[in-house]
Design a protein around this ligand. Structure first.
Ligand code: ZN
Length: 526
């Protein structure tokens, strides 16, 4: 292909709103073009990258025996896949199944991460169906292994973190919306809604009686602890939330209690509540159940208020808690003597320096962009099959996603230098970039080389512009094609071509007769 025929030109500079390196380079090279905020077109150059990534995904999944299908976008692919499975799979003889779709889907979330968070993205959605959980877990392990082989082929090493349902594949970056805890010593990594941590054991102290004490002008945990001369870990923190299980459902008041040195994780609390929406409760709603904002505690509340306490309220004794009366707190609070939570569940927010549940070393809170996810799903009532005895059983499902735009962004984040992109060979839009330096015979020789390599099965880009060598070399660096061949007057006189790998500085003259063999040895084509 001639560079003059490419639909896009390179940009000298990226727009000011492109902050991430991957976003800047993808725009400058013409991999993507912005249409509206966070909505991109993939011109022919970028389309080639997407096509190679799609081909690599199809190869990996095809090797597992997975089959591609197409689903309508208007129904939502998840619902469509389940409806299809419910209709088609009736017998154990049809299981296991592995199917997938590769198509663009609208994306939720804040579009602040360039190609990591576009409003619409090319997605892989795969689904495995099995007779039971053991069979499902075998397929799950296969799919995770396929994802690892894929990222190896893309020459990136993303981070894997545990989620509530399985694993998430993420690209660590401070601007990412996905927060996770990572151990500083072992391999423990988990997302905010599932990260566990260990608390140091509290000193054993004799149980005191419950007393009410005046705490004038002490509204925060720190003020109360300071006033009473205790640490924040000797207090209880109570937070009221308004929970809506669904958009139509009425609000319910939820009372969350954690030890005073911790925070309530809304992500964990939502998981405990089975999803929906959480908002801070209004002061009126708090007073309506007999509690006092700023001085609230679970002690003495009506029984119909749902209290969910973190296990940390059991690590320690003689806590300080609100007295549900302005200006007063209770001391000597003991669980469950003074209040019995309706539910004990892990609802404490991870924090920097918390102890790893596996090895006890400090955890670090980090952020990243999501690249994909592997999930083990529970049974669904209408998705069933008949076993060998004719008994109706639920299908054990797995769900797997990849965000192709985000994977390409991660590849550029991992493979670039100050001049441009360095595409890994599996993803490069072209295998070889030919630069012709000079006109006449040089141009003719470059054209002949282009045609010869094309015929030999290479994807070739020929810079046929009337530009200076400097401009052409700069663009070659920006576009990032793995191999550059320069045809110039001097080399031509020796019947040779200058050969350079994008990732290296070294340039060598290769006799024309040996060139094809050398390129084949580079194994540029997948
Ligand atoms: Zn650890």
């Amino acid at each position: 292909m001639n560079i003059t025929e490419l639909f896009t030109h390179t940009w000298r500079q990226a727009p000011a709103d492109a902050v991430l390196t991957s976003h800047q380079l993808a725009l400058r090279a013409g991999v993507v073009r912005p249409l509206e905020t966070a909505l991109y077109a993939w011109p022919p150059l970028g389309r080639r990258v997407l096509a190679r990534l799609s081909a690599a995904i199809r190869r990996e999944l095809g090797a597992l025996g997975a089959q591609e299908l197409r689903l309508p976008l208007s129904m939502g692919p998840r619902a469509a896949a389940m409806t299809l499975a419910a209709h088609e799979i009736t017998s154990h003889k049809q299981l296991p199944q592995r199917v997938y779709v590769l198509q663009p889907l609208p994306q939720p979330g804040r579009p602040r991460g360039g190609l990591f968070t576009p409003r619409e993205a090319q997605r892989l959605m795969a689904c495995t169906l099995a007779t039971d959980e053991a069979a499902r877990d075998v397929l799950y392990a296969e799919m995770c292994a396929a994802f690892r082989r894929l990222t190896d082929a893309l020459e990136i090493a993303p981070t894997w973190a545990q989620t509530a349902e399985g694993d998430v594949l993420l690209w660590p970056h401070e601007r990412g919306a996905l927060r996770y805890a990572a151990c500083t010593r072992c391999d423990y990594r988990a997302t905010a809604e599932t990260a566990r941590f260990a608390l140091p054991p509290a000193p054993q102290t004799p149980t005191e009686t419950l007393r009410k004490v005046a705490t004038p002008n002490c509204k925060t945990i720190a003020e109360v602890a300071d006033f009473l001369g205790v640490t924040t870990s000797q207090t209880l923190k109570a937070v009221f939330f308004a929970h809506k299980p669904t958009a139509e459902a009425a609000e319910r008041l939820i009372f969350a209690v954690v030890r005073g040195d911790l925070e309530v994780s809304t992500a964990k609390l939502l998981r405990v509540l089975g999803g929906g929406q959480l908002e801070p409760a209004s002061e009126d709603a708090i007073r309506a159940v007999g509690a006092e904002p700023g001085y609230a505690s679970p002690i003495g509340l009506p029984e119909d208020v749902q209290v969910i306490a973190d296990p940390s309220v059991q690590v320690g004794a003689n806590f300080v808690a609100g007295a549900n009366e302005a200006g007063y707190h209770l001391v000597g609070v003991n669980v469950p003597r003074d209040f019995a939570p309706g539910q004990i569940a892990d609802i404490a927010e991870m924090f920097d320096g918390a102890r790893c549940p596996q090895c006890g070393a400090p955890l670090r809170v980090a952020a990243g962009f999501e690249l994909g996810r592997c999930s083990r799903l529970g049974p669904r009532p209408n998705v069933t099959y008949q076993d060998a005895d004719g008994v109706e059983r639920p299908i054990a499902r797995g769900r797997y996603t990849l965000a192709l735009d985000a994977l390409i962004a991660a590849v550029i984040e991992a493979h670039h230098d100050e001049w441009g992109i360095l595409w890994p060979r599996a993803l490069a839009p072209f295998d070889v970039h030919i630069v012709a330096v000079g006109g006449g015979a040089v141009r003719q020789a470059a054209r002949a080389l282009h045609d010869e390599l094309n015929a030999a099965g290479f994807a070739v880009l020929l810079d046929d512009r009337n530009e200076s060598a400097g401009v052409k070399f700069n663009d070659a660096d920006l576009l990032g094609v793995p191999l550059r061949l320069t045809v110039g007057k001097k080399a031509l006189a020796q019947d040779a071509v200058e050969f350079k790998r994008r990732a290296e500085r070294e340039r060598v003259l290769v006799p024309r007769a040996e060139l094809l063999e050398m390129l084949r040895a580079e194994r540029v084509s997948p």
